[in-house]
Unconditional design. Structure first.
Length: 165
């Protein structure tokens, strides 16, 4: 996945202060802007077809969800490839947030381990950084079911490079 966050990202860098000052609401607005940008940029893509929703995107954490329905293999279980799509999506967005508005992130290696079968409902994923350098970023992604049981763990490495003008 290649992802450049673009203009809405710049406001997203406002840090959140647990004391509840105005930066909290600025951060919430920035997250909403980033999610809106992601939804628009994902129109007509695999991410839209899979039903992936981003619920949080900030430095250090990207979270999202995906329905099981429509993403199953012939036995009625969540397809392992669907878990991989969710993992790469979350990790790529995390890398794009890390890279900033003038850089793009491209996944170059994805490794997934599948732990549990899921037949229905929604799965939830989180991506957190293992390493965020100037040109390479690696993320740990966990996909869980509604009971927070491990469904899939993944590691994604992205190259982060300047966006073409």
């Amino acid at each position: 996945m290649i992802l450049g966050i673009g203009a809405p990202y710049s406001d997203h860098m406002t840090s959140s202060d647990p004391t509840g000052d105005s930066r909290d609401s600025a951060s919430s607005r920035a997250q909403a802007d980033l999610r809106a940008y992601f939804d628009q940029a994902s129109a007509g893509t695999l991410v839209e077809r899979m039903g992936i929703q981003i619920t949080e995107a900030r430095p250090g954490l990207v979270a999202g969800s995906m329905p099981v329905a429509g993403n199953t293999q012939p036995y009625g279980l969540l397809h392992g490839g669907a878990s991989a799509v969710l993992a790469e999506t979350l990790g790529s967005i995390a890398a794009a947030v890390h890279g900033g508005p003038d850089r793009i992130a491209m996944g170059i290696e994805l490794s997934c381990t599948h732990h549990r079968a899921v037949r229905d409902g929604v799965v939830y994923g989180t991506a957190v950084p293992l390493h965020e350098g100037s040109s390479v970023a690696t993320y740990d992604i966990r996909v869980v079911d509604a009971d927070e049981r491990a469904v899939c763990t993944a590691r994604l490495t992205c190259v982060v490079r300047p966006a073409r003008a």
